[in-house]
Design a protein around this ligand. Structure first.
Ligand code: PMV
Length: 324
């Protein structure tokens, strides 16, 4: 087996967040989540299987890479080898077209692209839900970068039943994510450690218990293209996740003064009539969710704030695809 394949996958922004695992090893989440793929931004990954190589290799953005990044790739490929009965070693060559530290996690697009490329390079064809479940083993949110457009990940309780699926294609609604970068500094506590301590917050139980109803509201708002309903549930869900983060042991504070300045500006702009709301992942940068109609105005207001270093902009993106 000496197959090779190239796959591309988009990162995604969660409207209803995944935080905490029911099963750490399998990354079965404590609650379901809902997201949008980010068009124009992608990871492109080439995987080549070798029968005669003695170890897996990683080339990241053109640089041969060892250490934790390679270890994580090897752990993921080990799972693929085990579950799909594959032998051989891989060379993985991966590149992002978006800057690191811009508030867009690359693990979702990276593990989605790696999974889709590795499976195709091995000569296998798997249904989308199986690719999504496999991508989940590398990074939970990667399961949501496999299907296209607006995507729901139902928590499930087993490896096979915990996968993401599209609830609407990218053309369903022209939602735009304007990312306001307030800091490029790499976060010291990543999501993997964060998930592991989520249950130490007494708020996590309540957040998990009420997640299904927020997913129902968010799904309905998306399907009805009802922005004000979407805005309320998206901000509330982000605030709830950050309340859990701040009250876990150790406490995780991702917000910076600039994040708070943006959050209150976004609420003010919405009160003035703009279609805009905020959501923050495990970092200080603020994703300003808007529509294509209001995106120019939102981006120019965001850029006028002194705390904002730069902005990035993306609409709804398609599924992970084999491109070569
Ligand atoms: O997939 P992970 O382990 O990087 O976790 C993602 C966690 C958040 O980005 C904070 C929320 C989410 O649902 O994407």
């Amino acid at each position: 087996m000496n197959g090779t394949a190239i796959a591309r996958a988009h990162p995604n922004i969660a409207f209803i967040k995944y935080w905490g695992n029911a099963d750490e090893r399998l990354r079965i989440p404590s609650n379901g989540s809902l997201s949008m793929n980010l068009d124009g931004l992608y990871t492109e990954t080439r995987v080549t299987w070798f029968n005669d190589a003695d170890r897996d290799r990683l080339i990241l953005n053109g640089q041969p890479t060892t250490g934790p990044a390679l270890d994580r790739v090897v752990r993921h490929v080990d799972q693929l080898r085990e579950r799909l009965g594959l032998t051989g070693k891989v060379e993985v060559e991966s590149r992002n077209n978006f800057p690191m530290g811009a508030g867009i996690a690359s693990s979702a697009s990276s593990f989605a692209a790696l999974t889709v490329a590795a499976v195709s390079a091995a000569g296998l064809e798997l249904p989308e839900h199986e690719l999504s479940a496999l991508a989940r083993l590398g990074s939970g949110s990667a399961s949501r970068s496999v299907p296209g457009g607006y995507v729901e990940w139902a928590a499930g309780g087993t490896h096979q039943s915990s996968f993401a699926f599209s609830i609407a294609g990218p053309d369903h609604w022209d939602i735009v994510d304007v990312v306001a970068v307030v800091s490029e500094v790499h976060k010291d506590v990543g999501s993997r450690e964060g998930h592991a301590v989520a249950s130490t917050s007494e708020f996590q139980r309540e957040r998990v218990a009420t997640a299904t109803s927020r997913i129902d509201i968010c799904r309905a708002a998306l399907l009805d293209r009802d922005f004000s309903r979407l805005a309320r549930v998206v901000e509330h869900d982000s605030d709830m996740m950050h309340a859990v983060m701040m009250t876990s042991t150790p406490p995780l504070f991702y917000w910076l003064p600039g994040s708070l300045e943006l959050m209150s500006a976004v609420r003010r702009w919405r009160a003035e009539g703009l279609n805009v709301c905020y959501t923050l992942d495990a970092g200080p940068n603020v994703h300003c969710i808007t529509t294509s109609e209001d995106a120019d105005e939102v981006e120019s207001r965001v850029r006028s704030l002194g705390c904002v270093h730069t902005t990035l902009r993306a609409g709804a993106g398609g599924p992970a695809l084999v491109v070569g």
